[in-house]
Write a protein that binds this ligand. Structure first.
Ligand code: GTP
Ligand code: MG
Length: 440
């Protein structure tokens, strides 16, 4: 069967008709089956806390989950921003929750204004999930999903406006994670200032195009409450694990000389609203949004980067094999190009070295010729000197021979007339005068 026929067949959607059932069949229990399966499987939920050191992140987490998580205080002298994830197994009734709280330690401190580690951490969790999905033998069923479902962004209760660091960071995070902005330590700001601060923050977020998480209003069951709560953003919260007696009840509160701030009193702060929205009403939507919106965006960009497309220019359906072949060809031609480039580089290098060597050889040759000339000149001079010396020696020898001859004649004469000493002496002096005349 031709490929186009196969495509045509697979693209034909079966027609569906509505039929009524004669009696109870049982598939109405599907939602229950789903719930039961999910409960057995358990859930995971991952919260990222971003806010400056000592803003109240750990206290709020403890207050939200009504427990004490192990935390170490961050110092104000961290060298860089680092992400510290901690996972806990919690159980409420028969529901198991694997909760991971990730702290952005050192963020916003002095020179640690870098948001890169936060973005990288979020991406790394998406990448891990994508790698698991792309495996031939994947085990997504029991995979520990560490993708961040919500980022609680702690705003300092200045009453002025958002810091530019907050705006820049939220802008970078908004396409990667559901952001819920919260005003921390809301008990340190007066009610009227808080009201104005909230309006100002929302205005700044809108004017800077920062997309924060909106509680969904498409599900009828929660549409109303979510719409009301969206209008209360950013939530102004107070955290405390301290219990104070108010009336005859023990409540979590912060006690001051002038009064008590009750964490769960909606007239005092928005803690209850945050807990309702984050845990009781929208936890599943946050998980859903993370998967269908943020992860989907990451996955799409990543696959496109790798060369995958849903359809080509002629709207042909996506073929994994074709994409793979195209990528393989692209890779091989790139490899060939690199190989050719390296070969050319090698040839050039050899040529260059050859030229250098030739130049060196020529220089050496010239040096040799020069030395040879000097040597010959020296040799010629020495030769000349030798000749001169030889001539001098010859002349000397001649003079020496003449002298010796004269001396022997003189001696012969002396032996023949031994008694005429004085006369001989005179003669000898006469010889010496002859000698002085003969020898120049
Ligand atoms: P690091 O993890 O060290 O960055 O600090 P953190 O952001 O986790 O702050 P933490 O919860 O340790 O709180 C720091 C201090 O702020 C503690 O003394 C808390 O008691 C106090 N604190 C926490 N929440 C609030 C609050 O809502 N209001 C006020 N006034 N103080 C708070
Ligand atoms: Mg802390």
């Amino acid at each position: 069967m031709a490929a186009t026929d196969l495509e045509r067949i697979s693209n034909v959607e079966p027609e569906s008709r509505s039929l009524s059932l004669g009696g109870h069949v049982g598939f109405d229990s599907l939602p229950d089956q789903l719930v039961s399966k999910s409960v057995t499987q358990g859930f995971s939920f991952n919260i990222l806390c971003v806010g400056e050191t000592g803003i109240g992140k750990s206290t709020l987490m403890n207050t939200l989950f009504n427990t004490t998580f192990e935390t170490e205080e961050a110092s104000h002298h961290e060298e860089c921003v680092r992400l510290r994830p901690q996972t806990y197994d919690l159980q409420e009734s028969n529901v198991h929750l694997k909760l991971t709280i990730v702290d952005a330690v050192g963020f916003g401190d002095q020179i640690n204004k870098d948001d890169r580690p936060i973005v990288d951490y979020i991406d790394a969790q998406f990448e891990n999930y994508l790698q698991e999905e792309l495996k031939i033998r994947r085990s997504l069923f029991d995979y520990h999903d560490t993708r961040i479902h919500v980022c609680l962004y702690f705003i300092t209760p200045t009453g002025h406006s958002l810091k530019s660091l907050d705006l820049v960071t939220m802008k970078k995070l908004d396409s990667k994670v559901n952001i819920i902005p919260i005003i921390a330590k809301a008990d340190t700001i007066s009610k009227s200032e808080l009201h104005k601060f909230k309006i100002k923050i929302m205005g700044e977020l809108v004017s800077n195009g920062v997309q924060i998480y909106q509680f969904p209003t498409d599900d009828e069951a929660v549409a109303e409450i979510n719409a009301v709560m969206n209008a209360h953003l950013p939530f102004a919260v107070v955290g405390s694990t301290e219990e104070v007696k108010v009336g005859n009840k023990l409540v979590r509160a912060r006690q001051y000389p002038w009064g008590v701030v009750q964490v769960e009193n909606e007239n005092h702060c928005d803690f209850v609203k945050l807990r309702e929205m984050l845990i009781r009403v929208n936890m599943e939507d946050l998980r859903e949004q993370t998967h269908s919106r943020h992860y989907e965006l990451y996955r799409r960009c990543k696959l496109e980067e790798m060369g995958f497309q849903d359809s080509d220019g002629d709207s042909q359906p996506f073929s994994l094999q074709e994409t793979y072949e195209a990528k393989r060809k692209e890779f091989l031609s790139e490899l060939q190009r690199k190989e050719e480039e390296m070969r050319q580089m090698f040839v050039n290098k050899v040529k260059e070295t050859e030229l250098e060597l030739k130049e060196k050889e020529r220089e050496l040759h010239e040096k040799f010729e020069h030395l040879k000339r000097i040597h010959q000149e020296e040799k010629r001079k020495v030769e000349e000197k030798r000749r001169e010396l030889e001539e001098e020696t010859k002349a000397f020898n001649c003079r020496k021979a003449a002298m010796e001859a004269l001396q022997s004649q003189a001696m012969h004469a002396t032996s023949q007339q031994p008694l005429r000493k004085d006369k001989d002496k005179k003669k000898a002096s006469g010889w010496s005068s002859i000698y002085s005349v003969t020898i120049p």
